[in-house]
Design a binder for this molecule. Structure first.
Ligand code: GLY
Length: 364
C-alpha cells in the first residue's frame, strides 16, 4: 500500500505519504527534500524501543547524522520542562537552520517537537512520523504545534508546517486498543463534518473498537479519507480564520470535560466522542438536524467503543464556566460547531446557556 496526499500551502506545501514500509522510506524521502545532514529524532521510550532503530537505520543509510531525545510518555509531560530537554539536545548536537527534527510518536511528541522546531533558531525543519491513529489522521497534519500551560491545554504554541508526514499503518499493531478508539473519534469527526462517504463506510463495518476487527481495506480508506479531509480543510484555511474551525467539532464540550477531569479520566478522543454526542444533541434541540442523523452518529460513536455520557463526577455549571476559557471563545461568546446533516456542519455562537444545560443534564 502506498498513497500520497498533498497539503497545498504555496511555498509551505508538503506531502503525506501513507506506506506500509513507511519507516524504511524515511531517509530517502528526506533526501529528496534537500535537508541538512543533522537530524534530532524525538520519541518516547516505548515507541523508540519498537521503531527507533528502524528509523535510525533508514536515516543513517541516507547519510544523515542522527542523535535522539527520548521524553517520558503522556499528556502530563507536554510541558515547558520537556521542551527544554529538546532544546538542550538541539544545542548539544549544534543543530543548524537547515537541520531537521523528526517526531516519532503520538500527538504529544508531534506537538512538542513541532513547537521546538518552530522556535529553535527561529524555525528549523520538522518531519512528522505519527505512530497513533489520532496523530496520523489529525495532530501530525496542519502545523498546529504547542505545549500545555498548567492552566490549559495547548495554550502555548505556533503554526509550523512539517516538511513531510510519513504514516506507516503497520505501527498501529502495537497501539493499545484504548488509543485506537481515541483516534477513531477523530475519524468519525471527519465523517460528520466533511466526508459522508467515509461515514457510510464506517457504518458498514461490524466493529470499529479494535484494530484487529477493522478490515485492512477499510483501514486504508480511513487513513486516506481522513488525511484528505484534513488536508482539504487546512489548505483552504491554514490559520483558522474560518473554515478550519470545523475541525474543532466535538472539541468545545470535549475540552471542558478533559480539563475538568485533569486529563486523566478520559483521554482526548474519548472527550471528543462525548463532545460530538453533546453537539449532536444541541443541534437536535435547535432543530438544525434530525433525530435519524443524531441516532446514526450516536450509534457510530458507540460502535467505536467510545463513551457517550459525561463522567458522573462533573458539575454542569463547572462545564459552562470552563467553556468560557476555551481558545475558541470570541468576544466572550462560545463558538460551537454543529451538524446539519451527515457530512455538513455549521459554526455558530448563538447557543443559549439553557440549551447547553438541558443537553448536558441528559448526558449523565
Ligand atoms: N486539530 C484541529 C486542527 O488541527 O485544526
Amino acid at each position: 500500500m502506498q498513497s500520497v496526499i498533498s497539503v497545498d500551502l504555496g511555498s509551505q506545501s508538503y506531502q503525506i505519504t501513507i506506506a506500509s514500509d513507511g519507516l524504511s522510506q524515511l531517509g530517502s524521502l528526506m533526501t529528496s527534500l534537500h535537508l541538512g545532514k543533522k537530524v534530532l529524532l524525538v520519541s518516547n521510550p516505548s515507541i523508540f524501543k519498537h521503531y527507533g532503530q528502524n528509523a535510525i537505520v533508514s536515516l543513517q543509510g541516507a547519510g544523515f547524522e542522527v542523535t535522539q531525545c527520548i521524553l517520558p510518555a503522556g499528556e502530563q509531560y507536554k510541558t515547558a520542562t520537556s521542551l527544554q530537554r529538546i532544546y538542550n539536545a538541539a544545542l548539544e548536537q549544534r543543530l543548524e537552520r537547515s537541520s531537521t527534527m523528526v517526531a516519532l510518536g503520538g500527538g504529544v511528541i508531534g506537538d512538542m517537537t513541532g513547537f521546538a522546531a518552530a522556535t529553535w533558531l527561529r524555525g528549523i525543519n520538522v518531519i512528522q512520523v505519527p505512530t497513533s491513529l489520532l496523530a496520523m489522521v489529525d495532530a501530525s497534519i496542519g502545523g498546529k504545534t504547542g505545549i500545555n500551560h498548567p492552566l490549559g491545554k495547548n495554550l502555548i504554541g505556533a503554526f509550523h508546517q512539517p516538511r513531510l508526514v510519513l504514516i506507516n499503518p503497520e505501527v498501529l499493531k502495537t497501539l493499545p486498543a484504548r488509543e485506537f478508539r481515541a483516534g477513531m473519534a477523530e475519524v468519525i469527526k471527519y465523517g460528520v463534518i466533511w466526508d459522508a462517504e467515509l461515514f457510510h463506510q464506517l457504518e458498514a463495518s461490524k466493529r470499529l473498537d479494535q484494530m484487529r476487527y477493522v478490515k485492512p481495506e477499510l483501514l486504508e480508506e480511513i487513513l486516506k479519507r481522513s488525511c484528505q479531509a484534513k488536508a482539504d480543510v487546512v489548505s483552504k484555511d491554514e490559520k483558522e480564520s474560518n473554515l478550519r474551525a470545523i475541525l474543532n467539532y466535538g472539541h468545545t464540550i470535549g475540552h471542558a470535560v478533559e480539563s475538568l477531569t485533569g486529563y486523566r479520566v478520559v483521554n482526548h478522543g474519548e472527550a471528543v466522542g462525548i463532545g460530538m454526542v453533546a453537539a449532536g444533541e444541541i443541534a437536535l434541540e435547535l432543530g438544525m438536524w434530525d433525530q435519524k442523523s443524531n441516532t446514526r452518529q450516536l450509534e457510530l460513536i458507540k460502535k467505536a467503543g467510545l463513551p457517550t455520557q459525561l463522567p458522573t463526577a462533573l458539575d454542569i455549571e463547572a462545564i459552562i464556566d470552563t467553556l468560557q476559557t476555551d481558545k475558541k471563545v470570541q468576544s466572550g461568546k462560545v463558538r460551537f460547531v454543529l451538524p446539519t446533516e451527515i457530512g455538513v456542519v455549521t459554526i455558530t455562537d448563538q447557543v443559549d446557556g439553557d440549551v447547553i444545560r438541558k443537553v448536558l443534564a441528559k448526558m449523565f
